[in-house]
Structures are given as C-alpha cells and as structure tokens.
Design a protein around this ligand. Structure first.
Ligand code: KG4
Ligand code: ZN
Length: 347
C-alpha cells in the first residue's frame, strides 16, 4: 500500500489530493480544487495570470488536502505532479513546488502526463472503468481516442486534426454570446433547442466510414465551427435561433464523438467505454454514447464533473500506477507544454 500526494496546475485549477491503496484498489482521502474564476472576465485563460494565481494558492491548497486527509507529509510515500502538457508557466509552479517538497522530505517525485491522469479519473468513481476498454478523452485542449489494453499501454487510434472538442464548445459559445467556459452553457441552451431547425453535418463521419480510410477514427471540429459562424451571420433573429443553433451544434459534435468511439469499441471488441475530460460532463454525450454501444452490449463509464474536469486526484492515481512500477522522476524533472501520452503502442 502506498499513499500519494497529487498536484495539478496545468491550466486554471490549482488542485491537490491524497490517495492511498495499491493496484486498482484505491481510496481517495482528499481532493481540493481551487478554480481561477478570474479568467471569466477575459473570456479565456490568460497564461500569466494563471501562473501567478497558482503561486499564491499552491501552498494552502496542498496543506488543505493533507489536512482533509488527516495526514501529514510524514505519511506520504511519493508526490505525483502534472509535468505535461499544459501552460508552461502554470505547469512549472506545480513541478517546482512538488520537487522542492519531495527533496525536503527525501521522498520521490513522479511526473505525470495530464491526459493519462484523465484516463485514470473515471476509475476513481467506477471500479469497473479499468482496462481493457475504449477510452475517449475530450477536454479543452485534447481529443484522443484510445484503445487501452492495460494501464500504461495505449493504442492511439484517433485525435483531432484541428480544434479539441472542448475548444469547439468554448468557441461556439463565444459566437452565441455565452460565457466562458462554454460547454455547460451550450448544453443548457441546447435543451430548449429544436433539433430539426439547424442540422449540421457530423464531422468526418460519412466520408470515412471504412476501416481502411485514413480518417476512420479521426476528428475535426473547425469546419463545424465555421458552419456555426455562418448560421449566426445568416440569422435575422439570433435571440430566436440561438438555442436551435446550440442544439444543432451539440448534436453534430456529439454524433461524431459517438460514431468514432463506437467504431473503436466494435473493432477491438471492447465491452467498456471510458470517457474522460471536461466534455465528459455533457450528459447528452454520455446518453447518446450508451445508446449507440448498447448495440454491442458495451457499458459507458463517465466521471462526475468534479473528476471529469481538471483535478489532482487523477494525477495521484496515475502517479500511484507509475510508483508501483518503480518509476521515479529525478530532481531534473521539467515541465513541457506538449508531449505525447506515455506508453503509446503501434496502432
Ligand atoms: O478537462 P478540462 O477541465 O480542462 C482541460 O484539460 O482542458 O476541460 C475543460 C473543457 C472546456 O472546454 C469546457 O467547455 C468543457 O470542458 N466542458 C463541457 C461541459 N463542461 C465542461 N463541454 C460540454 N458539455 C459540458 N457540460
Ligand atoms: Zn484536463
């Protein structure tokens, strides 16, 4: 059994968590997430402000996570920290703090890839969300479709050619005059929308419907965003059309995510589909996914919003996996704005 302190500062959440256990048998002892609301004023994350906000909150957030778990650094076996990908200045705050703490206590530090963290998040809530499974990671910066044979072995099937799914939600929200981040406001508005009023093509689905097509599993959302921009421009009453456009957009985007994920689960014969990342909060996505994979008898697992969006529990969980494999990062651990997910195997 090991007890891990997780730290996450890759974007606009300062988060710390304590987790203990071994293998897939883990207990979440605490999770503190401090969201930086300041970015709402600017309609997007301002990197320099994010770094400064992490600097002021990292110490109290970590102290609070330890206190909530009823523990101290004396009982921590290793510190796991997000080292990539993300905003470089933001990442560096977490990485430097984690290294200093680890050095001062004589315990190991383990650099974790943020997207591998998202892959582990769902298992914290659903014990059955473990390999083998088809994984769909949909966040503000990434859209990854993976076949996960076992933890640490990831077959990357598809990714986005341009915008990430969450980024598309955020950009379309802006076009519709909705607040940042745009995922939830669009989902709420779409509920009032008529699905037949605006129909947009599901990106990359129809013309890539054979496994031998290079884009069979790939995503692209920038064309859809342009179609929304045109619909907004052509509307003579945007207040009347707004909800219908939001509905049409969400149906097309979700349709593309569902179809590609279904293809992956079907091709690899997986009985579980694990969703992760902020867009996995979208209940339309979760129910449409379940409906589609019912055809092959598969089950969809989605994390609750607190674990779907950025949090340190998922970093501690991925860190525990690497810790148990004997992996350690040195004090030369650095942060990287972009980096492929570790453990990739040939597709
Ligand atoms: O994983 P995450 O918290 O941060 C990144 O690592 O990027 O994801 C944030 C993204 C944002 O783009 C946000 O608009 C989206 O998740 N999101 C949603 C919903 N809630 C958050 N997208 C669609 N529907 C939602 N309900
Ligand atoms: Zn994330």
């Amino acid at each position: 059994m090991a007890r891990i302190l997780g730290i996450e500062t890759s974007c606009d959440e300062t988060s710390a968590s304590v987790l203990s256990g071994s293998g897939d048998d883990v207990k979440l002892e605490s999770l503190v997430i401090l969201s930086q609301d300041v970015h709402k004023v600017f309609g997007g994350v301002v990197p320099e402000i994010a770094s400064r906000a992490h600097l002021t909150s990292i110490v109290p957030v970590v102290s609070r996570a330890l206190a909530d778990a009823g523990t101290t650094l004396d009982d921590i076996d290793a510190i796991a920290v997000t080292a990539a990908p993300g905003l470089i200045g933001a990442l560096l705050v977490g990485v430097c703090y984690a290294k200093s703490l680890a050095f001062s206590r004589g315990i190991p530090v383990i650099g974790v890839h943020h997207m591998e963290g998202h892959l582990f998040a769902t298992a914290l809530e659903h014990p059955d969300a473990v390999p083998p499974f088809t994984g769909l990671l949909v966040s503000g910066g990434h859209t990854l479709l993976l076949d996960v044979e076992e933890w640490g072995k990831y077959r990357l099937l598809g990714a986005t050619r341009d915008d990430a799914a969450g980024e598309a939600f955020d950009k379309v929200a802006k076009l519709l005059g909705l607040p940042y981040p745009g995922g939830r406001p669009i989902e709420n508005l779409a509920r009032e929308g008529d699905p037949a009023r605006f129909r947009f093509t599901k990106p990359m689905v129809r013309r890539n419907d054979r496994p031998e097509n290079a884009d069979y599993y790939q995503f692209s959302f920038s064309g859809l965003k342009t179609a929304i921009l045109n619909a907004v421009r052509e509307s003579d009453d945007i207040e009347r059309d707004k909800a219908h456009i939001a509905r049409g957009f969400q149906d097309a985007l979700v349709g593309s995510l569902v179809e590609k994920t279904f293809r992956a689960a079907d091709s690899f014969g997986r009985q579980r589909v694990v969703l992760g990342g902020g867009v996995a909060c979208n209940s339309t996505l979760v129910s449409a996914m379940q409906k589609r994979v019912d055809e092959i008898g598969a089950t969809v697992f989605a994390p609750k919003p607190r674990l779907a969006t950025d949090n340190a529990a998922m970093i501690a969980r991925a860190g525990l996996f690497h810790f148990e494999k004997g992996e350690r990062s040195g004090l030369d651990l650095n942060a990287f704005a972009s980096q492929p997910i570790p453990g990739l195997i040939a597709a």
